[in-house]
Design a binder for this molecule. Structure first.
Ligand SMILES: [Zn+2]
Length: 793
């Protein structure tokens, strides 16, 4: 039966790209109560998104194809899904050829491997998911047939009573469930559930880092017993998405309850105001509750992709708009900043503060994020509307036309809006014949008192104005349930819903347990989080303070960043005088831009969480405290380990005058070195003329992860051509979380160095020991230490 169904669908649609009716999904029994309106039935027409979709189609997808292929590699499977969505909107023979060639390469690989399950299981779930999406969009069957072949091979060897497998990456389940929804073949659903249930059991041999830290891949406990968002954040969302699916497909409460517990933990304690998740560099993982550093914020773009999809699934499961509020927050902020305005540069990390040494990349060695950006933007239509029988949900405010329902019961919705700049939304509801049904319109939580569900963030003021909603000019009482206004009436052609969402500028504060945000305020307007960036603020952004009473206004600037609403107002800036390095406060005209638009004008300072008082602002220009070096340099160690664009890591850290919060303070710059065994590690100050010095204070980094306190250190100074140790009067301490001060007999010199002996640790176990046997033999010694600050007097 299941094959028959698929065969019928294939015959009808094979080779036809012409017009996209939704390819029938199998009637699969219990599933989400609400269904998204397929992307093919939604045309996006507004200023804001239509342009982004066009850049995505003409620039971004080509960029990802080009960069993947020019290194002899293969473009990622996500592009198949994205291309399908694009082709369902307009013919593009060149793109179609390119993606069909890609499908052919992947499918031929699957054919060649026959039914080798070991190979098939490593066919990332993204291909299975993409194959279904491509078939849905284009009717072409090559990818889908290959996906079925791969899934069947896996099913033949894995499952209850057969082999088990716990993948380090969790996307396979998403793909299997897509395949089940398409074909109705329950084997794929059952296999997805099997893999989900196996996770966290102890009878499967784990290897390498998966064995050492099982939270890394959410493998520390059976999924139904999990309660916290932990481990690698992208992997986490790739688990929570199919967990929602399995909850919907089985109706079993233990899945739903686990999902709700995890979501609550993530949203109430571990999400940035931009909606980004996975705050910690080490293992790209969720931090501890409230551990949300701004400068080192990881917030991978892929995790934002997953977070959008996860929250969408949570809405389909619970029919509650709070999940859509969260989805919108991620989409417009922590996700959208992942791609440049032109569409050809991408972020991997999405920090909330920049000292000016960070920008989007053209390409990197781990290019996971760009294809996720491309596929989410291409599929945006899928997230705008949903239906339950005849009932219609308006989830996002995006100018668009949606064709809903089936023959004889069609309704066309036309949404017009300047969102996110303006909260006026007009929705024409046009049924093919007069009919009674309900339209549910989301009223975002930010129009009232909810920044995000829970207490992690709060507005400083109460909303002064309420949204209004009218049908055919007649105002309705604003009664919401689960975040929606329900409009139940006899609809007929020409009916119009008019809504107004007031968009005042709101100030946001974080829970005091978020140390990095203490004494700071974030600015929002509508769904957008704002940031101060250097080009609009006299070359700096970290020196700005926004007093609570400063009146803020907004205005639209069509000439800026493709047209953005900016927030402006009289605030303060602190400056350090060149003459004596003293700090003073002067009036400043703030210009804040939407966060998503930062880093499109070169590298420079940026800040989301702005100090409320001048004492928290960072005086610029940075002048080293006196008497200090004119130049600092390091021990000549090439910093080739910085695989990612690690913007915390800068030699300026040692002399920037900052006093860190702790040795693990990721809100400040630090300077890290990874010398090999036997290689010297030093940092040097050079003085313009001889100075007399007699003490030194050093604050070491210890981030509890990579970077450890050193074994020992000492001060040497330049005497003629030689370096001589100073005569220390104190022991050289290596204490954590404070300055280690040493006084010594005064020397007069033109250069001074700190020489450091780092500890050697085993890369995986963290075990500390002598380097020779254990470490060097396996070539995995790990010697990283860092300075957050070093002062000499
Ligand atoms: Zn990524």
């Amino acid at each position: 039966m299941r094959y028959k169904l698929l065969a019928v669908a294939m015959t009808l649609c094979a080779g036809s790209l012409a017009l996209v009716a939704q390819r029938p999904l199998a009637d699969v029994g219990p599933d989400y109560p609400i269904r998204p309106v397929p992307q093919a039935q939604v045309d996006i027409t507004d200023e804001f998104w239509a342009r982004k979709l066009e850049a995505n189609r003409t620039v971004s997808i080509q960029h990802v194809f080009d960069r993947s292929e020019e290194r002899g590699g293969r473009a990622p499977a996500q592009l198949i899904e994205a291309a399908g969505d694009m082709l369902s909107k307009r013919p593009d023979p060149a793109l179609e050829k390119r993606v069909d060639d890609l499908i052919e390469r992947i499918a031929a690989g699957i054919d060649a491997r026959g039914s080798d399950p070991e190979a098939a299981i490593r066919t990332q779930g993204t291909f299975l998911e993409a194959a279904v999406a491509y078939y849905q969009a284009t009717g072409k069957t090559r990818a889908l047939e290959a996906a079925i072949k791969a899934a069947n091979a896996i099913d033949a060897s894995y499952g209850p009573g057969k082999k088990t497998y716990i993948s380090g990456h969790e996307g396979l389940k998403i793909g299997l469930i897509s395949l089940y929804r398409q074909t109705g073949d329950t084997r794929y659903r059952d296999l997805a559930k099997f893999f989900l249930d196996e996770r966290g059991k102890d009878d499967y041999p784990r290897q390498g880092e998966y064995a050492l830290d099982r939270t890394y891949a959410q493998d520390h406990a059976p999924v139904v017993k999990q309660s916290e968002a932990v481990g690698h954040a992208v992997r986490a969302t790739y688990l929570y998405i199919p967990l929602a699916d399995i909850a919907a497909l089985t109706g079993r409460p233990e899945y739903l309850q686990a999902e709700d517990r995890i979501w609550t933990d993530a949203v109430f304690r571990k999400t940035y105001v931009t909606g980004a998740i996975g705050s910690i560099r080490f293992h790209e993982q969720f931090g501890a509750p409230y551990e949300l550093p701004n400068l080192s914020a990881w917030g991978e773009t892929c995790a934002s992709y997953g977070n959008v999809v996860w929250n969408h699934r949570m809405f389909l499961l619970h029919q509650d708009a709070k999940y859509l509020d969260q989805m919108e927050r991620v989409l417009y902020n922590g996700f959208l900043d992942g791609v440049s305005q032109k569409g050809d540069r991408f972020f991997y990390q999405n920090p909330l503060t920049s000292y000016g040494n960070y920008e989007r990349f053209d390409w990197i060695n781990t290019p996971c994020c760009p294809p996720n950006v491309v596929r989410l933007i291409a599929s945006l239509g899928r997230y705008v509307y949903a239906t339950q029988g005849d009932e219609v949900y308006v989830n996002l405010f995006v100018g668009s036309t949606a064709r809903l329902g089936s023959e004889g019961r069609r309704t066309v919705l036309r949404q017009e809006t300047r969102y996110p700049w303006d909260g006026q939304v007009r929705i024409a509801v046009d049924p093919d014949a007069p009919r009674r049904f309900s339209v549910y319109v989301r009223i975002p939580g930010w129009t009232a008192e909810t920044v995000t569900p829970g207490d992690l963030y709060r507005f400083t003021d109460r909303a002064r104005e309420s949204p209004t909603i009218a049908v055919n000019g007649k105002t309705l009482a604003l009664r919401t349930a689960n975040g929606f206004v329900k409009i139940d009436r006899q609809w007929q052609a020409g009916d119009t819903i008019e809504m107004r969402l007031p968009m005042p500028i709101r100030r946001v504060l974080a829970d005091p347990r978020v140390r990095d945000d203490e004494g700071r305020v974030a600015l929002e307007r509508g769904p957008l989080v704002y940031a101060a960036e250097w080009p609009d603020n006299g070359g700096h952004a970290l020196n700005i303070a926004v007093p609570d009473r400063a009146p803020l206004t907004s205005e639209f600037r069509s000439d800026l960043l493709g047209g953005v609403e900016v927030i402006t107002g009289p605030v303060e800036a602190v400056v350090r005088t060149a003459a004596d390095a003293s700090v003073r406060t002067r009036p400043h005209r703030l210009v804040a831009i939407p966060y998503y638009a930062w880093a499109n004008r070169g590298m420079g300072e940026m800040q989301v969480w702005l100090p409320r008082t001048a004492d928290k602002a960072r005086a610029t220009p940075i002048v080293p405290p006196r008497p200090i070096a004119t130049v600092a340099s390091s021990g000549g160690i090439e910093k080739k380990w910085t695989g990612y664009n690690d913007q915390n890591d800068d030699i300026a850290a040692v002399y920037d005058g900052a006093t860190p919060l702790s040795s693990a303070d990721e809100s400040n710059l630090y300077f890290r070195m990874r010398p090999a065994v036997g290689q010297p590690a030093w940092v040097e100050y050079d003085f313009a003329r001889p100075v007399s010095i007699s003490s030194s204070e050093v604050y070491f980094a210890d981030d509890r992860r990579f970077c450890k306190l050193p074994t020992s250190w000492r001060i040497v100074y330049k005497s003629g051509d030689a370096w001589k140790p100073v005569v220390a009067r104190d022991a050289y301490g290596v204490a954590k979380d404070r300055f280690n001060r040493v006084a010594f007999d005064a020397v007069t010199t033109t250069a001074v160095r700190i020489e450091v002996e780092p500890v050697t640790r085993h890369y995986r176990t963290g075990e500390i020991g002598p380097p020779e046997a254990m470490f060097l033999a396996r070539d995995i010694d790990w010697r990283e230490f860092g300075l957050i600050e070093w002062r000499v007097k």
